[in-house]
Ligand binder design. Structure first.
Ligand code: G6P
Length: 464
């Protein structure tokens, strides 16, 4: 890339994470010749955009930089001639996430923004929007890179690459960053002296670790992190610290990610989530309050740096990863990163054209994943199931096909039973109807023939 006056656009610029992004760019000011930063949001996010946008301007000024920071509700104006576009938007704002969590939990089923029923609905709401953004990009900035960290990051990235045809897409997540730091700390070795190989899909990957003498340290880390004498920590603010079963992890011989708790010890995670639900403290409800406090801080005209309180959010390090990825593409730095990217045979157990989350250097041409090969049988079956579920969810998100949506719900390991799958699907379609035009036919049918479904959702939402 030879441009030396970069235009970087962030869609969902009114997010409370934006100061982390700006901090990440400032940290890399010598590597990135930024001219313009465009923060884009929608009418409903206008107030937040103005508050956090003004703070972004103060941060840039305090760093002595002459970057232009533009705030706009006009996505097309922002995208014109962009070099990098990052996405961090949430369709339906946090209120939609509250529904993703509360509807399933009201039936004693896990509700989570990227896993289970909630995650599938977030995909239904988000995928049509990312495809719309790509349509604009094809016209307005055909050479730009798309850096996605909108959740569910794996499915959204797969939709962008496979269905939007935008090959220059990289999906990011902060979970691997936390695991790298944890490994370095447990082994007492600098992170940059360790070599990591992650493989799987977003929020469902495993990893192996080697030291700089080429010795594999995975088994030792399993003992140190999950051994009988260890108090286990999830190291993610949004994930309850329930303990994995050591013997099972040892048998697999791979380090799990924090989100495997929802699958390997689902009963414990569910019990904890139900408790939160009963107290009116699901994660989304807590985050809504944290966010309100953050925006009060951001309003302070003297605040010109990222406040510590942002660390209360689970996505810390996300934006920093985005900035590093951009710097690595721009400078061909070959920074080792874990990225959601097209499989192309990296994981032989999964389809060639699907998106996987894997390790590798980021070059001027994008991410170049290291070969992983195949998984042991105990991981192979479940990851193939999860990928099939993701592909079916994406298909339903694009077509609005009720049968495909029901199929995705039925095969998702966190949704117990076909009857429950249908109940949750119907209720969530009603709860989110304003954001799901592709499902309008199914929604009308439910409204006309299942008044009890509509009444249940209304009552639940009123008790929020
Ligand atoms: C983790 C995940 C992110 C997710 C975040 C939620 O870090 O990797 O995908 O967005 O947690 O954090 P929150 O503070 O919104 O619950």
């Amino acid at each position: 890339m030879v441009r030396n006056a970069l235009k970087i656009v962030t869609i969902g610029g009114g997010s409370s994470y934006t100061p982390e992004l700006i901090e990440g760019y400032i940290k890399r000011k010598d590597e990135l010749p930024i001219k313009e930063i465009w923060l884009v949001d929608i009418e409903d996010g206008k107030e937040k955009l103005e508050i956090v946008g003004d703070m972004a301007k103060r941060m840039v000024k305090a760093a002595g930089l002459d970057w232009e920071v533009h705030l706009t509700l006009d996505r097309r104006e922002a995208l014109k001639d962009a070099d990098f576009v990052s996405t961090q938007f949430r369709v339906g704002l946090l209120d939609a996430r509250i529904k993703d969590e509360r509807v399933p939990l009201s039936h004693g089923v896990l509700g989570q923004e990227t896993n289970g029923a909630g995650g599938m609905f977030k995909a239904f709401r988000t995928i049509p929007v990312i495809l719309d953004i790509i349509n604009d990009m094809k016209e307005l900035c055909p050479d730009a890179w798309l850096v996605n960290f909108t959740n569910p990051a794996g499915m959204v990235t797969e939709a962008a690459i496979k269905h939007g045809g935008w090959k220059k897409t990289a999906g990011l997540c902060n979970v691997p960053i936390g695991h790298k730091k944890q490994a370095a700390e447990k082994l007492g070795i600098d992170e940059d002296k360790l070599f990591f190989k992650f493989a799987g899909i977003n929020h469902f990957h495993w990893h192996r670790v080697w030291d700089d003498e080429g010795n594999e340290r995975t088994a030792e880390l399993i003992d140190l992190i999950y051994g009988p004498k260890t108090e286990q920590e999830s190291h993610l603010k949004n994930i309850f610290d329930a303990s994995f079963h050591y013997e099972q992890i040892k048998d697999l011989g791979l380090l799990p990610c924090g989100y495997h708790r929802y699958y390997y010890i689902e009963d414990e995670m569910l019990a904890h989530s139900v408790e939160e639900f009963e107290k009116g403290e699901t994660r989304a409800q807590v985050v809504k309050e944290t966010e309100a406090r953050l925006f009060e801080l951001y309003k302070d005209p003297k605040l010109d740096y990222k406040p510590k309180e942002l660390e209360q959010r689970g996505g810390t390090h996300y934006s920093d990863a985005a900035c590093e990825l951009i710097a690595s593409i721009y400078n061909d730095k070959r920074t080792e990163m874990v990225v959601s990217t097209q499989n192309n045979g990296t994981i032989t157990d999964l389809p060639y054209d699907c998106v996987v989350e894997v390790s590798g250097p980021v070059t001027a041409h994008g991410h170049e994943p290291y070969n992983w090969g195949n998984f042991p049988p105990a991981a192979r079956g479940i990851i193939q199931l999860m990928k099939g579920m993701e592909e079916t969810t994406i298909r339903a998100a694009i077509t609005g096909d009720y049968g495909a949506a029901l199929h995705a719900f039925t095969i998702n390991p966190l949704v117990p039973g076909g009857k429950m799958a249908k109940t949750l699907l119907d209720e969530l379609l009603i709860a989110h109807k304003e954001y799901l035009p592709q499902f309008s036919e199914a929604i009308t049918r439910i409204e006309e023939t299942q008044p009890e479904t509509v009444a249940y959702v209304e009552k639940l939402m009123a008790s929020n």
